[in-house]
Ligand binder design. Structure first.
Ligand code: S3P
Length: 190
């Protein structure tokens, strides 16, 4: 009997590719819990955590609020893409858990860079009312959170972009560790 030709690739995944496959990018609107879930997930997976906003602040030597105030949103977006490009070049030597700012994945250029990089993208979802409640509670300075009406409109405009992430996790009513566990499990990372 003839055996069917083996259709599997002749090479096994390289270490780099395996590393890339463990990297997780968390996306979602302000208040989605990207940073807190990211920290919990990084502890769970034993991977370093990177908040893209922190990298931007370090690179620019200014807070996010200062960048918005002094240079405007367009300049902030340029700094955000530059920081993302830099981070992506580092992933071949080390996997990370990355929390993106709420607008990062909405920029087509960034979403393409992420998708081309073969990393996991996860949308942390919650009803807009809950996102607003979390932001009000957090008291973090967010230049793009002006009033509830504007917040809801921006969320509605961006939601289709977040839905392009590979996985969507509903965070409503769940604590940070439960969401981190769900992310790890749904990606088959543990
Ligand atoms: C932004 C969200 C912020 C920060 C910047 C812009 C946005 O991050 O990147 O203020 O466009 O939604 P968080 O989502 O962590 O608040």
């Amino acid at each position: 009997m003839k055996t069917a030709p083996d259709s599997r690739p002749a090479v096994t995944p390289t270490r780099d590719r395996v590393r890339e496959l463990r990297t997780v990018f968390l996306v979602g609107f302000m208040g989605a819990g990207k940073t807190s879930v990211g920290r919990a997930l990084s502890r769970r997976l034993g991977l370093p955590f990177q908040d893209l906003d922190d990298r931007i602040q370090d690179r620019e030597g200014k807070t996010i609020a200062q960048i918005f105030r002094e240079s405007g949103e367009a300049e902030f977006r340029k700094a955000e893409t530059a920081a993302l490009r830099e981070l992506l070049t580092e992933l071949s030597s080390s996997s990370r858990v990355v929390a993106l700012g709420g607008g990062a994945f909405v920029q087509a250029v960034n979403a393409e860079l992420i998708q081309e990089s073969r990393v996991h993208s996860v949308f942390l979802d919650a009803p807009v009312k809950e996102l607003l409640r979390r932001c009000e509670e957090e008291q973090k300075e967010r230049p793009l959170r002006q009033n509830p009406k504007q917040f809801r409109e921006l969320y509605a405009k961006r939601r289709p972009s977040y839905l392009k992430a590979a996985v969507r996790i509903d965070t409503n009513g769940k604590d940070v560790d439960a969401v981190a566990a769900e992310v790890a499990c749904s990606l088959g990372l543990e």
